[in-house]
Design a protein around this ligand. Structure first.
Ligand code: NAD
Ligand code: ZN
Length: 273
């Protein structure tokens, strides 16, 4: 377990954070944000039953057309996996930054860990595992989905027929934006607005490879302070004032502390809520 007070803030980062009072803060998170909760990023690779399937090949409209039972089972497994995970101190720190300082949270993640740490109004650029919809008429199912079947949870079954829509009989699909699909324009515009007016932008756990989300960082104004939190180099590119090679759980919590708002203990909600 990480001690979220370690390591100390690098001097240059401390200077940047104490140089001015930030009025508009945005946390921009990618898959690495949830890595410390045990949720694999696309680039870290999954294991078990799914190791033969590249995530990038499953998360496409073509994969759905080709084999919707395979794709639905994969998403149901991922939904289960997320429901069993817990937010970490970095998620809690981001939620506290929102509550205490009005920070915006823009995420590429399809999990609900920001929300379960207490954040509200999270802008999900790529949708959510928890908002399925009809592939034909785009309406949500009349009833919430039951928990994924045990065989899928336990990776003993790799195919599952998706439920059908009560309105039109179409298949229910995951409420995520697949590679090759357009992002929701209203959400993108809100995200652009948040990033554009930010004077502090925290870019957490994103490889910067998935567009157009990755290019949103470039709309930040010239005098904004932009800090990357990522243990690996080669992450989000573009203008960064500081690249802190640290995990999200440690980095976001330390920065939030530095912004001088003591963090309350995280109280996460029930999984899947
Ligand atoms: P990515 O998988 O391309 O890259 C992940 C980044 O996280 C890498 O740069 C890696 O160095 C960094 N990272 C790894 N461990 C970290 C840690 N402990 N703390 C901070 N950073 C860490 O992810 P991406 O850039 O978000 O784009 C890929 C797509 O994958 C997105 O569209 C996203 O929706 C999807 N995705 C989402 C989830 C999720 O919802 N949790 C999980 C996997 C993939
Ligand atoms: Zn329908």
């Amino acid at each position: 377990m990480n001690d979220d007070t370690e390591p100390p803030l690098p001097d240059r980062l401390r200077q940047l954070l104490s140089a001015r009072r930030f009025e508009h803060i945005t946390v921009f998170s990618g898959a690495g944000m949830s890595a410390d909760s045990g949720i694999p990023t696309f680039r870290s690779g999954d294991n078990g039953l799914w190791h033969t399937h590249k995530p990038e090949h499953m998360a496409t409209p073509e994969a759905w057309k080709r084999d919707k039972e395979l794709v639905w089972a994969w998403y149901e497994y991922r939904r289960h996996f997320v429901m069993a995970a817990q937010p970490h101190p970095g998620h809690c720190a981001a939620a506290r930054l929102q509550q205490a300082l009005g920070a915006a949270i823009v995420t590429q993640n399809v999990d609900d860990l920001h929300e379960r740490a207490g954040a509200t109004d999270v802008l999900h650029l790529h949708g959510s595992l928890f908002t399925p919809l009809c592939a034909a008429c785009h309406r949500p199912p009349a009833e919430p989905l039951p928990p994924p079947p045990l065989e899928v949870q336990q990776q003993q079954q790799q195919r599952l027929m998706p439920p059908t829509c009560q309105h039109c009989g179409g298949y229910i699909r995951p409420g995520v934006v697949w590679f090759g699909e357009n992002l929701d324009e209203a959400i993108v515009n809100q995200a652009i607005e948040c990033i554009r007016r930010s004077d502090l932008l925290l870019v957490v756990g994103t490889s910067g490879l998935v567009h157009p989300a990755a290019s949103l960082v470039s709309v930040a104004k010239r005098n904004a302070t932009i800090i990357e939190i990522n243990p690996e180099p080669g992450g989000a590119s573009g203008r960064m004032d500081f690249q802190w090679r640290v995990t999200a759980a440690v980095g976001v919590a330390r920065i939030a502390q530095m912004l001088n708002r003591p963090l309350k203990k995280c109280s996460s909600n029930a999984p899947g809520s």
